[in-house]
Design a protein around this ligand. Structure first.
Ligand code: FCB
Length: 433
């Protein structure tokens, strides 16, 4: 295994902190619309990490990991247009100071999907150039105020989900279904990344990168149509992010398909692509499963997901550890920078019995994936692995119905109970150090 391999655990602002209704994000609005989020649940209270962060940092410490990956809520920092919240900044200062005190490194993401509602109301989400300027204004504050306390910084978490799930499939906030919006949101969210990269490089010196979710795409039924669907789905979900960030261009096959659908692509400027492809110090990869697809004539993007008979998690996602390695290999076609697996983990239907959660399936999932990563870490220059997630939390459209945590959360009392997987991860880390 690589020397200095980083073990970590991951979570995100909207999923754990609780807004306590002090500000609004696009997920609060989305959750109010019927049929968008399980039981109309939202992040008002979440895990109440806002109040319980010291206890949570202690649990991270006791787990024995080196690093904690968290995100900052843009809306907590800018609850209204032009209004900076000191309380918001101070919360993150306290959290980061507590991590330092406990000797845990921080890996901080500036955008994990919780766009303030005022930005959306103003410009319609990531589909407008102005969103990139608002984001830059926010990111500058974060960087200027917090850089001293941060070890690693990432601009975005999974821009594919913001653009494709949020603006094409309608499964994530803001819940739009529009092909033109998919490519606009893709481009402008990446441009926001590029603008922040420029600001950071000109003024600061630590490590900055981006987190992409990559899933190896394949088909079971090998024929020309399905193979074409594999390629185009790979372009839409993987290469549409890898290529601009590392090569400064969008996949030609994707652009051709968009043109065939009469999408005017003149908003994509060469100077944008220059900013977007500024060198990063690391790439974070999030991965949970592969993407099994077939040709679908009725979809403008020509593919649909299909079921396999492989074992599955509670999300109905196939358990395919080797596909994690395939995704890292795909990224390696683009870049030599260090790679961190910034999210990997699984939801299962946990039961708390006598103050215990015996989550054997999650334990097996995590250890299998982690051991594979350790084995491949030298060949593929993988510097670390973060489990998703520190604790059960608001799982987006699934609300609180899916539990990914290695710590169980009782949403009535907020009591935390480490699960069996927490203890076995702890043991694994200890024996590797
Ligand atoms: C990822 C998200 C994360 C979590 C996991 C299960 O796509 O980044 O917030 O929801 O999936």
């Amino acid at each position: 295994m690589k020397n200095n391999f980083t073990y970590g655990v991951s979570a995100a602002s909207y999923q754990i902190e609780g807004t306590h209704n002090k500000f609004e994000t696009i997920w609060d609005t989305f959750a109010k619309k019927d049929g968008c989020v399980h039981n109309n649940e939202d992040g008002t209270f979440a895990c109440d990490h806002y109040n319980l962060f010291k206890e949570d940092v202690q649990l991270i410490k006791d787990l024995g990991v080196d690093s904690y990956r968290l995100s900052i809520s843009w809306a907590r920092v800018f609850p209204e247009k032009g209004v900076l919240s000191r309380d918001g900044i101070d919360f993150y200062k306290s959290l980061l100071t507590e991590l330092k005190r406990q000797n845990i490194k921080s890996n901080v993401t500036m955008y994990h999907w919780d766009m303030p509602s005022w930005v959306y109301d103003e410009v319609g989400g990531w589909i407008h150039l102005d969103a990139t300027e608002y984001f830059l204004e926010y990111a500058k504050v974060i960087i200027d105020e917090l850089d001293d306390l941060v070890d690693m910084l990432a601009t975005l978490n999974e821009p594919m989900c913001s653009a494709y799930l949020g603006h094409y499939l309608g499964l994530h906030a803001p819940g739009h279904r529009d092909l033109e919006e998919y490519i606009k949101a893709t481009h402008y969210i990446l441009l926001a990344h590029g603008k922040v990269m420029k600001y950071y490089r000109e003024n600061y010196k630590k490590q900055i990168g981006i987190v992409l979710n990559l899933s190896h795409v394949l088909t079971d039924a090998d024929n020309d149509d399905n193979n074409m669907a594999v390629n185009i789905h790979d372009a839409v979900t993987n290469r549409a992010y890898l290529e601009p960030v590392f090569n400064g261009s969008y996949p030609e096959d994707l652009l051709n398909l968009l043109r065939k659908n009469n999408i005017d692509l003149s908003f994509i400027k060469d100077e944008d692509l220059k900013l977007i492809s500024a060198p990063v110090d690391f790439l974070g990869i999030n991965n949970y499963t592969h993407a099994l697809v077939e040709y679908d004539q009725s979809n403008q993007l020509l593919s649909k997901g299909v079921q396999s008979d492989l074992p599955k998690t509670a999300m109905d996602w196939d358990i395919t550890p080797e596909s994690l390695i395939k995704s890292v290999e795909q990224a390696r076609e683009y870049t030599d920078v260090p790679i961190y697996i910034t999210e990997n983990g699984a939801a299962f239907d946990d039961e708390l019995i006598n103050d215990e959660v015996v989550d054997n399936e999650r334990e097996e999932y995590i250890l299998t994936h982690l051991k594979l990563i350790e084995q491949e870490s030298v060949r593929l220059n993988i510097q670390g692995y973060y489990v998703w997630s520190l604790m059960d939390n608001f799982e987006w459209a699934y609300g609180y119905s899916k539990r990914f945590g290695i710590i169980y959360v009782d949403y009535k009392t907020y009591k935390r109970t480490p699960k069996k997987s927490y203890y076995s991860l702890k043991k694994h880390i200890l024996s590797n150090k």
